[in-house]
Design a protein. Structure first.
Length: 142
């Protein structure tokens, strides 16, 4: 994953694809999201295993996304789903026989990264994506 030249470390060509912020395939936003949002749930792993109950946003009840979007950490990380799905979108754009089609739609598209990659690679296509609207940012409490 790393290349060492004398005392300088750098990404290998394979890791550079995913770890360079200037590239559309950068996945660091998902790592930031996992760190700020998901890592803490691991502290409840024993409870989850013993009870079989969720230890995420819904452990105290409530609808997942309603509770999820109340957490300021969710708003602190830009486009984590895009970080996760851009690489898949690039692979899908390359592997699927898009030349046989004129339109496409991505249902559950998050920020739309898969649709963007498909459209970039196949300019003859018309398409888009649909997802639930992101709720408004909660007001800061005083």
């Amino acid at each position: 994953m790393l290349r060492r030249t004398n005392e300088i470390y750098s990404n290998t060509p394979d890791t550079d694809v995913f770890l360079d912020k200037a590239k559309p395939s950068y996945i660091g936003a998902m790592f930031d999201f996992l760190n700020t949002r998901i890592y803490g749930f691991w502290g409840s792993l024993t409870t989850a295993l013993r009870t079989g109950r969720p230890q995420s946003e819904i452990k105290e009840g409530g609808e997942f996304f309603e509770v999820f979007y109340q957490d300021p950490a969710v708003w602190a990380v830009p486009a984590p789903m895009s970080a996760l799905s851009t690489g898949s979108g690039m692979a899908l754009a390359a592997a699927f026989p898009w030349h046989k089609y004129a339109t496409f739609v991505d249902i559950g598209c998050a920020e739309g990264a898969v649709a963007v990659q498909v459209a970039r690679a196949h300019q003859h296509l018309s398409g888009g994506g649909f997802d639930l609207p992101r709720p408004p940012r909660p007001s800061p409490t005083m």
